[in-house]
Write a protein that binds this ligand. Structure first.
Ligand code: NAP
Length: 250
C-alpha cells in the first residue's frame, strides 16, 4: 500500500471544512498529507476532525470569487509547508432556476467559482509543482459534466467545463510530472443537494435511479481522492472518475 501513502506531501483543499471537501481532506490527512484548508466560512467541527489526524493543518479564509485569493492560497501553502504537492479544487456552488428566467448573476457567480477559480488555482499551483516536476491536481466535476440536469444551466455548463479543463491541463502538464484528473460525484448528501433531498418527488426519482439504492456521503469519495492524490495514479491523466453508486450506468 506504500504507493497510496501521502506522508510528507502537502495538499490544498478548497471548501475543506464541510461536505465533500471535508471527506476528501480527512482522507488525505489520514493518508499522511499536511492540509491547507481553504474556506469562505470555516466550520470548527470540520477543522477539528482533520486536526485529530496528526498531520499539520492550516486554515485559510478565502473567497474564490476574488481573483486575488488565488495567489494568496498558493503563497500560504508554500509559506507554511514549503511546497504544493496536491491541489483539490472542490469548492463549488449551484443556483437553481428555469433557463427561461435564469439571471446573469446566477450564470456569472457559478461560472466564476466552479470554472474560472478552478482553472486559475490549478495554474498557480502548477507553477510551483513544475519546479519539482511533481504534482497531483484533482478537480471536482459532477454527473452534470455528462448530463444536462434540470433547472441548473450554469452548473451544468460549469461542470462540463471542469471535465474539459481537466483534460486540457492533463495534456499540457503530464510532461512536467503533474497529473490532472477529476472526480465526478453522484448524488451526495451535502448542503449542495439539500433542496433536492427535501423535495419528496425529486428525491424519490433520484433514489429510484441509483443502483446502490442510497445517496452518497463525503466518505464515499475518500478512496478515489487518495488514489488520485498518490503515486498509485501516476500514469492516470485527464480521467474523470465517476463515484455515483451506478447512476450513469443506468
Ligand atoms: P457544499 O457542502 O455546499 O460545499 C461547497 C463548499 O464550497 C463549501 O465549503 C463552500 O463554502 C465552498 N465555497 C462556495 N463558494 C465559495 C467561495 N466563493 N469561496 C470559497 N469557498 C466557497 O457542497 P458539496 O456537495 O460538498 O460540494 C463540493 C463540490 O462537489 C462542489 O464543487 C460541487 O459542485 C460538487 N458536487 C457535489 C455533488 C453533490 O451531490 N453534493 C455532486 C457532484 C458534484 P461556504 O459553505 O462557506 O460557502
Amino acid at each position: 500500500m506504500t504507493s497510496f501513502d501521502l506522508t510528507g506531501r502537502s495538499a490544498i483543499v478548497t471548501g475543506a471544512s464541510t461536505g465533500l471537501g471535508n471527506g476528501i481532506a480527512r482522507a488525505l490527512a489520514a493518508a499522511g498529507a499536511d492540509i491547507l484548508m481553504v474556506d469562505r466560512a470555516p466550520r470548527e467541527a470540520g477543522i477539528d476532525e482533520i486536526k485529530g489526524k496528526g498531520v499539520r493543518t492550516v486554515s485559510l479564509l478565502a473567497d474564490l470569487s476574488r481573483q486575488e485569493s488565488i495567489g494568496e492560497i498558493v503563497s500560504t501553502a508554500i509559506r507554511e509547508f514549503g511546497k504544493v504537492d496536491i491541489l483539490v479544487n472542490n469548492a463549488g456552488i449551484i443556483r437553481r432556476a428555469p433557463a427561461i428566467d435564469f439571471s446573469e448573476k446566477d450564470w456569472d457567480d457559478v461560472m466564476n467559482i466552479n470554472t474560472k477559480a478552478v482553472f486559475f488555482l490549478a495554474q498557480a499551483a502548477a507553477r510551483d509543482m513544475m519546479k519539482r516536476k511533481y504534482g497531483k491536481i484533482i478537480n471536482i466535476a459532477s454527473l452534470l459534466s455528462f448530463q444536462g440536469g434540470i433547472i441548473v444551466p450554469s452548473y451544468a455548463a460549469s461542470k462540463g467545463a471542469v471535465a474539459q479543463v481537466t483534460k486540457a491541463l492533463a495534456n499540457e502538464w503530464a510532461q512536467h510530472g503533474i497529473t490532472v484528473n477529476a472526480i465526478a460525484p453522484g448524488y451526495m448528501a451535502t448542503n449542495n443537494t439539500k433542496a433536492l433531498r427535501e423535495d419528496p418527488v425529486r428525491s424519490k426519482a433520484i433514489l429510484d435511479r441509483i443502483p446502490a439504492g442510497r445517496w452518497g456521503t463525503p466518505d464515499d469519495l475518500q478512496g478515489a481522492a487518495v488514489f488520485l492524490a498518490s503515486a498509485a495514479s501516476d500514469y492516470v491523466n485527464g480521467h474523470v472518475l465517476v463515484v455515483d453508486g451506478g447512476w450513469l450506468a443506468r
